[in-house]
Design a protein around this ligand. Structure first.
Ligand SMILES: Nc1nc2c(ncn2[C@@H]2O[C@H](COP(=O)(O)OP(=O)(O)O)[C@@H](O)[C@H]2O)c(=O)[nH]1
Ligand SMILES: [Mg+2]
Length: 319
């Protein structure tokens, strides 16, 4: 059965998604990926069903073991009776790239469990489109009643930082050796980490990395009520240490929901999301159907007969 080809009316999607009908869920995610106007109307109607899921972003360098870890986390949460969904986002992969396929193969163990919904999302070329598509997909899965939504993404650029920001809890996966030392952690990623995972702890250098990371974290002074990023050590291939991530994620969620600072942080993230959405929609409204006009303005700017400020003012005036 090819889920994406099923036809549903708007009302059917509104009724079936909250019942966790997986074909309806898959269909609505595809509609929103394709930026179908009806997807937005449906999502607005489903919004009242959202807000219950725990969104967990898992990021780190390629090969760090994110997929293996996400697989183990999904299994552990399934055993605890939770409904689990996984979004595997890999912007470095082309449409049918190896990494996406690799994820699917590695996740077979989880995929056999029908209660785990897995969706791969690759880059669609549209600027800013990926984080937009991911936050839509997350909201749809949330409306569908998944308790845990794991978002796996490669921590390489701003788009990925934006993606992880749509999560409640951010897990950064590091590995000992391979030159992947604490110094090489991207500043943006360091700031958003709620939980650090030292994966491949069966390898040499785990103690060293743990020590360096502890020192690095101790350099940042935090108010007493702030969340203190935790460090867990895992061997994802065996599942060792995974329960520490689950505990840490649970603790972090309690902090988010029950402390004033947690609430401030949550509202700040929602605000960032609104700014992102406002800029996406404004740009879309401004430029849709105006390719010829835009091309003409670009030509004038290239020929130096028009300056960019005036060109954009022209777009805005008619926009
Ligand atoms: N030795 C060891 N290998 C691991 C561990 N976790 C993952 N791997 C291996 O590392 C490779 C990359 O893992 P993968 O989950 O695809 O990494 P991703 O690119 O971050 O998603 C695979 O061959 C895994 O089997 C671990 O804890 N120890
Ligand atoms: Mg992966």
């Amino acid at each position: 059965m090819i889920f994406g080809l099923m036809h549903f009316t708007d009302q059917e999607l509104i009724d079936l998604v909250p019942k966790r009908d997986l074909r309806a869920v898959a269909r609505l995610i595809t509609l929103s990926e394709n930026r179908a106007a009806r997807a937005r109307t449906i999502q607005s109607k489903l919004f009242k069903n959202t807000g219950r899921a725990h969104l967990i972003g898992v990021t780190g360098a390629p090969g760090a073991g994110k997929s293996t870890l996400v697989d183990q986390l999904a299994l552990a949460w399934r055993k605890a009776g939770k409904q689990v969904a996984i979004l595997a986002v890999d912007p470095t992969s082309p449409f049918s790239g190896g990494a996406i396929l690799g994820d699917r193969i590695r996740m077979v163990k989880t995929a056999e469990d029908s209660a785990v919904f897995i969706r791969s999302m690759a880059t669609r070329g549209a600027l800013g489109g990926l984080s937009h598509a991911v936050s839509d997909a997350v909201r749809i899965l949330d409306a569908a009643g998944f308790d845990i939504i794991l978002i796996e993404t490669v921590g390489v650029g701003q788009a990925e930082v934006d993606i992880v920001k749509t999560a409640d809890t951010c897990v950064v996966v590091l590995v000992p050796g391979m030159g992947d030392s604490v110094q090489s952690i991207k500043a943006g990623i360091l700031e958003i980490a709620d939980l650090f995972v030292i994966n491949k702890s069966d390898r040499e250098g785990a103690d060293l990395l743990h020590r360096d990371l502890t020192i690095l974290l101790s350099l940042t002074e935090l108010p007493p009520e702030a969340w203190k990023p935790q460090i867990a050590r895992t061997i994802a291939t065996t599942g060792a240490g995974v329960e520490a991530i689950i505990r840490g994620a649970d603790d972090h969620r309690v902090w988010l929901q029950s402390t004033p600072m947690g609430r401030t942080k949550k509202i700040g993230l929602v605000k960032d999301g609104l700014i992102k959405l406002a800029s996406d929609l404004t740009l879309e409204r401004l430029l849709t159907g105006r390719e010829a006009e835009l091309a003409a303005l670009a030509e004038q700017c290239a020929d130096r007969t028009l300056d960019p400020y005036t060109a954009v003012e022209k777009l805005l005036l008619r926009g």
